[in-house]
Design a protein around this ligand. Sequence first.
Ligand SMILES: [Zn+2]
Length: 64
Amino acid sequence: MQQTTKKVKQVPCPNCKALSDFSPENAYRPFCSARCQMIDLGDWANETYRIPEKTPAIDLDDLN
Ligand SMILES: [Zn+2]
């Protein structure tokens, strides 16, 4: 039951949400293309948006 197909993790492009290969062959990962990477970097430079916090909302005060 060995899988011969190459398992490549796919991640959604942060810019256009298209699935792109998250592999060394994709120089633009996690983006799908140089274009999306450039657009995203441009947005960062202009601070037009911030990365959404992925940390779960855990209130440490609730642990007591
Ligand atoms: Zn893209």
